[in-house]
Design a protein around this ligand. Structure first.
Ligand code: ATP
Ligand code: MG
Length: 447
């Protein structure tokens, strides 16, 4: 380290009003107990860029157990390294202890991947173990100064994402960092140091060793935080897309349209769910299986074919069951929405996945005239009162089995609903999969 580091900058344009009061409370209390504590990482970076941070993280020289002692409403999380989560109502402040970059307490696998990392250090050590220079800035609340050990302020000014240290080593330690680079580049409109892409083939291989649950967390951040389309456009041109979604066609227009649609929903404060994107990403593979193994669209085998589709994907990125089931239901409704049998319409309109299945149909219909018309019909019927709906239903041409009497079993179906009820508005509760990730949007409903 050279003697002119760290740089301390007080002319940064960040005012105290922009800081989160809970994070300030955490810092105050740690200070009162004699510890150092700073805002760090994404919040400092975002504030410097004039953006509103989605969360505020704190770094301190207090050990995780010491943080735990001070804050009653805290718990330690993380296997790779313990971090304290301090809870303020629904808000969580993450408090991490200064860590070192290289130490014999850090276990690495043969490829250099960090397996376990419990080695504590001071603030300088902590700065150098972080991924990008712009993510390693500390905000000293007492002196209202930014502390920069790695040239991060200059990189923010030049809108540049650069690894701290040698990109080859940093990517071998943790290949997820390349996904993070794409995410930050999309979010901040920064340029990724081109040297990073020289190693994308290796990174694609390394990703195979990353636990599927961690990749699912990253999947959420990549595609459900408002920048899915630019991330996807970047990702699909790299070999990483094959490691993450081996059966998805990177050129799929449906996927890109769904990514854009997801971004729009987030921008409009509408809820989003990973289940919908899973349905989109795996749709082609599911359709191929159906065409090969169940060309007559018999409902019975569809479940198995959906499960086969998920099984291949699960080997790469683990998807909680509630989201795969969500995708399966959206798929299974497509055929019913397309055929529009008179006797099914009211029930479909009240189906708990109607809204999602309808959105999916509309996306599929962008390039298909017939599907587009059907989508428009479903759009129209939702705007009608009961009499108007009946008129539209009666006007439907009756195809095969249109007025067939329902079998008894069918009548007892869970989906049968009160015909006077309002059309289904939302996706049924899909809880957030991991409270270690704070997202722009919950997934509890979808309208
Ligand atoms: P955002 O919260 O906006 O997604 P962030 O930069 O805060 O961005 P987090 O995932 O919350 O990202 O991580 C907080 C900080 O922890 C980062 O800014 C970075 O300094 C450090 N960090 C996170 N993940 C890694 C990693 N894989 N390797 C090195 N440092 C990391
Ligand atoms: Mg963060």
């Amino acid at each position: 380290m050279t003697s002119d580091l760290p740089i301390r900058v007080s002319d940064h344009g960040i005012s105290r009003e922009n800081l989160d009061k809970n994070a300030l409370d955490v810092i105050n209390q740690l200070n009162e107990h004699g510890y150092d504590a700073y805002l760090v990482g994404g919040c400092v970076r975002d504030l410097l860029c004039g953006m509103t941070p989605k969360d505020f993280d704190v770094a301190t020289n207090a050990k995780p157990e010491e943080v735990r002692e001070i804050f009653r409403r805290s718990r330690l999380v993380g296997r790779r390294f313990p971090i304290a989560h301090v809870r303020y109502g629904r808000d969580i402040i993450e408090v991490s202890t200064f860590r070192q970059v290289e130490h014999d307490q850090i276990e690495t696998s043969d490829s250099g991947l960090i397996v376990k990392d419990h080695a504590f250090g001071d603030m300088a050590d902590d700065a150098f173990r972080r991924d990008f220079t712009v993510n390693a800035l500390y905000f000293d609340v007492q002196n209202a100064e930014i502390i920069d050990y790695v040239g991060g302020i200059e990189d923010v000014e030049n809108r540049r994402l650069r690894f701290i240290g040698d990109p080859v080593d940093r990517l071998a330690e943790d290949p997820v960092r390349l996904l993070r680079a794409m995410r930050f580049a999309a979010k901040l409109d920064f340029e990724i140091d081109p040297v990073i892409f020289d190693h994308e083939d290796d990174v694609a291989d390394y990703l195979e060793a990353i636990p599927g649950a961690r990749l699912f967390d990253e999947f959420l951040k990549l595609f459900l935080t408002g920048h899915a389309a630019p991330v996807w456009e970047q990702l699909r041109d790299t070999p990483l897309v094959r490691s993450l979604f081996p059966t998805c066609n990177p050129e799929s227009e449906l996927v890109l349209a769904a990514m854009r649609n997801t971004d729009e929903r987030i921008a409009n404060d509408q809820p989003v769910t990973p289940g919908f994107l899973i349905a989109v990403l795996l749709w082609d593979d599911f359709q191929t299986r159906v065409a090969e193994q169940n060309p007559d669209n018999k409902p019975g085998p569809m479940f198995e074919l959906a499960m086969d589709t998920f099984a291949v994907q699960q080997q790469h990125l683990s998807m909680p069951r509630r989201f795969t089931m969500f995708a399966r239901e959206v798929w299974s409704l497509q055929d019913r929405l397309e055929t529009r049998q008179q006797r099914n319409i009211t029930r479909l309109l009240h189906h708990k996945r109607f809204r999602a299945a309808f959105d999916f149909l509309v996306l599929r219909g962008r390039e298909d005239k017939k599907l587009k018309e059907i989508g428009q019909w479903w759009e129209d019927i939702q705007t009608k009162d009961q009499a108007g709906q009946k008129k539209m239903i009666d006007a439907l041409p009756q195809g095969k089995g249109g007025n067939r009497r329902r079998r008894r079993k069918r009548r007892r179906s869970n989906n049968r609903s009160n015909p006077n009820a309002q059309p289904a508005q939302g996706y049924e509760s899909a809880q957030f999969p991991s409270d270690s990730v704070t997202m722009h949007n919950g997934y509890d409903e979808y309208r």
